[in-house]
Design a protein around this ligand. Structure first.
Ligand code: ADP
Ligand code: MG
Length: 238
């Protein structure tokens, strides 16, 4: 069980303030979508939660633990990127088990979870292939499989569907919803796509220029935007 809390988060690159005082409490099992225009700081915020970037100030809690100084591999999270970030020379199977090997998960347990999640994602017939021999949609399923086998408490997604065509995007959205329903893990999902946010989120956080403008359910955000930025970005009726 692990929610995520961000307390007064600031991130500067040199003198540029990219994240400017973000507070956000995410309950255990919630699916929160961070949405906002390109360059507003979504990836940076996610990378701070993952520990891939260091905070300038503020605190991040995963569950009860303050993780500011905890390295990424010990944060009980798994991340799925737009670019898949698969090892091109390794098989699908090895891509999925690689993170487990470095954590010294016993071989039989590795085989069990790979089989379970490969079946769940309909990639069990592809386990011996290399990423280059897969379609974009299949690669994204492998990237999700690699995250799932680690069985983290928190999933982080950074625009995972942006490289897919419209039809696949809708299919994978349904897939992600189904997985979240089944496992109920805390998820932070980044997108610049309002429709994706509306269809996936239990709550949406709308970002602009390093700050969160509004947090609410899809209905609240759409029906009662707090300002013109949120209204026009989310396409709310006037
Ligand atoms: P988003 O994911 O919403 O498109 P990012 O978090 O990638 O936005 O970037 C937010 C801002 O921070 C951008 O202006 C970007 O240029 C800047 N930025 C991101 N990473 C770095 C970095 N390593 N060094 C300097 N500036 C950065
Ligand atoms: Mg980004």
């Amino acid at each position: 069980m692990a929610g995520v809390s961000l307390r007064k988060i600031w991130k500067r690159f040199g003198t540029t303030e990219v994240i400017r005082g973000v507070d956000l409490d995410i309950e255990d099992g919630e699916f929160v979508v961070l949405v906002g225009p390109s360059g507003c700081g979504k990836s940076t915020l996610l990378n701070l939660v993952a520990g891939l970037e260091g905070l300038s100030s503020g605190d991040i809690f995963i569950g009860a633990e303050r993780v500011n100084d905890v390295p990424p591999r010990d944060r009980n999270i798994a991340m799925v990127f737009q670019s898949y970030a698969l090892y091109p020379t390794k098989s699908v199977h090895r891509n999925m088990t690689f993170g487990l090997e470095t954590r010294r998960v016993p071989h039989e347990e590795q085989e069990r979870v790979v089989k379970e999640f490969a079946e769940l994602l309909h990639i069990d017939h592809l386990l011996e292939r290399k990423p280059g021999q897969l379609s974009g949609g299949q690669r994204q399923r492998v990237a999700m499989g690699r995250a799932l086998v680690r069985q983290p408490e928190v999933f982080l997604f950074d625009e995972p569907l942006s490289n897919l065509d419209a039809k696949l995007r809708i299919e994978m959205r349904t897939e992600i919803r189904r997985l979240h329903k089944q496992f109920g893990k805390t998820t932070i999902y980044v997108t610049h796509d309002q429709i994706e946010a509306m269809t996936l989120a239990s709550r949406i956080a709308v970002m602009d220029n390093g700050t969160i403008r509004q947090v609410g359910t899809p209905d609240e955000i759409y029906e009662a935007p707090v300002d013109l930025f949120v209204a026009s970005f989310m396409g709310s009726p006037p």
